[in-house]
Design a protein around this ligand. Structure first.
Ligand SMILES: [Zn+2]
Length: 367
């Protein structure tokens, strides 16, 4: 780290872990797979009940048992997921009034979604969100070390202890309930759409196969699809939030140098224009960045990470003159790098301010 580094120009960039800058791919995948599996089990139950058991009484009674088996096989091979039936079967509604059939089936579906889908996570615990958050703490410290800050490294065990700090625990609780509320919203949307399809299907006098297809299609398109997006997006959200909080914590408590941040994309072909352009901008202070439209997830299924940018001159100043540096830092000297700022600082009576200003002033650096 050279003291001759220009204050306005040179910045220390990190290019670690392109492709999966948050290192949360496995977490995103298992979270999504578990949610999809839950919807899949509901679909299996629906297929059996609607086709084999004919719970809506839609069959004209001209299908043999073998034909029914054949139909079920067609369905089974069309769906690649292994879907073990786990939920209780819906009741036989063939003798119930059509208007009531729909309501009764909706009730069953809601219960099934509660016991299968919502059971995957909890209002106040979510193993994937927690893991992503812990990974964010680890990554934040790794990134800060790579940016040249003298801090201890944090392994996964240390991260598990760190999350017990109230500031992290509070953030996690908000993330848990947010995930739960969103998943609940998805199950409500599934129930609403399935109800509509059921009404349309009954009105059209459709056969059991068509009806089953109508319903399971909604569970797939609404349930599985949105749950997958939720899992991917919220994993990134947890990672981002913990990273930002850790940068703030380490900046203030450990080194007196709060890093500015930038966005790092996955750097591959799938990166969208929006994220690519955000990654070109910044760096921002943590307060500027947090909660802004530039904070990942920038859009659903975003894969971006938040990386620290440590001003080299500032880091060198910190090393050479720790006390004076903190005083300068508090005046905003290393955030707003304007000449006015330095000149104003030189006029103050902070110990060593004159020396630091002479050493790191933009005029000096440009010379
Ligand atoms: Zn992104």
């Amino acid at each position: 780290m050279s003291s001759a580094a220009s204050l306005s120009g040179d910045r220390h960039h990190l290019h670690a872990q392109q492709q999966d800058p948050t290192k949360t791919k496995t977490i995103r995948q298992t979270y999504a797979r578990r949610l999809r599996g839950a919807f899949g089990r509901i679909n299996s139950t629906i297929r059996d009940a609607v086709i084999e058991e004919d719970i809506f009484g839609l069959r004209d009674d001209d299908l043999s048992d073998e034909q029914v088996e054949e139909l079920l096989d067609t369905f089974a091979s069309a769906d690649r997921d292994v879907e073990l039936r786990a939920v209780d079967e819906p009741p036989d509604l063939s003798t119930v009034l059509p208007s009531e059939r729909i309501e009764r089936f909706r009730e069953w579906l809601q219960t099934a979604q509660e016991s299968e889908v919502l059971e995957v996570i909890d209002r106040d615990e979510n193993v994937w969100v927690r893991r992503a958050y812990e990974r964010g703490l680890e990554d934040a410290d790794t990134n800060l070390r790579q940016a040249g800050l003298d801090i201890e490294s944090t392994d996964s065990k240390a991260a598990r202890e760190l999350v017990e700090m109230p500031v992290h625990e509070r953030k996690l609780q908000v993330l848990f309930s947010r995930n739960y509320a969103e998943l609940e919203g998805i199950t409500n949307a599934v129930a609403q759409q399935v109800t509509r399809e059921l009404a349309d299907g009954i009105a059209a006098g459709e056969n059991p196969t068509k009806m089953a297809r109508r319903i399971t299609d909604r569970v797939n398109k609404i349930g599985k699809t949105r749950a997958t997006v939720l899992a991917r997006t919220e994993t990134i959200n947890a990672h981002t939030q913990s990273t930002i909080e850790r940068y703030r914590q380490q900046g203030i408590n450990s080194v007196g140098l709060e890093p500015e941040v930038q966005v790092q994309t996955a750097g591959d072909q799938r990166v969208c224009d929006r994220c690519a352009s955000v990654a070109q901008r910044g760096p921002w202070t943590l307060d500027e960045f947090e909660g802004s439209e530039n904070q990942p997830p920038i859009h659903p299924q975003c894969r971006c990470a938040v990386i620290p940018i440590v001003n080299e001159a500032a880091a060198a100043a910190l090393e050479a003159h720790p006390h004076e540096f903190v005083a300068m830092y508090r005046t905003g000297a290393f955030v707003d790098e304007s000449r006015e700022r330095y000149e104003a600082l030189a006029a103050t009576d902070v110990d060593g301010a004159q020396e630091l200003v002479a050493h790191f002033s933009p005029t000096q650096a440009a010379a």
